[in-house]
Design a protein around this ligand. Structure first.
Ligand SMILES: [Zn+2]
Length: 159
């Protein structure tokens, strides 16, 4: 007899996870080749776990020297994320194009058409004097860095 009624430990873990709908991730913050912090984060998905550690939005893939490795030990999967906005940029001189900051992020927009809605969504940056579109989180985060240069527009140049 081969004890068919016994539950394996794996079954037990899977049941718990479904009930909680949360996963435990090991999140490591990495700068260059150095792990600067490491901890356990319980979240719905690996990207949220990385964001919880970063304290800001992240993008899939490790595009910078500063990135986050998220390990799902149950699934034996490793995910990599980098910051969606500027933070510890390794070389700002090579990273001035708006498109370098990833896809347009309209996180502050709650539906609707962003253009021509009669509201001035721009402010002038006190550091570099550039007009900043408040609806584009990439621009806002870029201009929050104390020492930065104006971003180059993606396509249409402003006068
Ligand atoms: Zn600025």
């Amino acid at each position: 007899m081969a004890g068919a009624m016994q539950q394996s430990p794996e079954d037990h873990v899977a049941t718990q996870r479904n009930e909680a709908a949360m996963t435990k991730y090991q999140v490591e913050e990495i700068k260059g080749d150095t792990v600067v912090s490491s901890g356990i984060v319980v979240e719905n998905d690996s990207m949220k776990a990385a964001e919880a550690t970063a304290g800001q939005s992240v993008s899939p893939r490790a595009l910078q020297d500063h990135w986050f490795g998220v390990v799902d030990e149950e699934q034996a999967a490793v995910y990599q994320y980098s910051l969606a906005g500027p933070d510890e940029r390794p070389d700002p001189a090579e990273w001035k194009e708006l498109s370098d900051l990833g896809p347009r992020n309209l996180g502050m927009l709650h539906g609707g058409e962003p253009v021509n809605d009669g509201v001035d969504h721009f402010y002038t940056c006190a550091v570099c004097g550039q007009r900043v579109d408040m609806r584009d989180l990439r621009q806002v985060m870029w201009h929050e860095v104390p020492d930065h240069e104006p971003l180059k527009p993606e396509a249409v140049k402003e006068p």
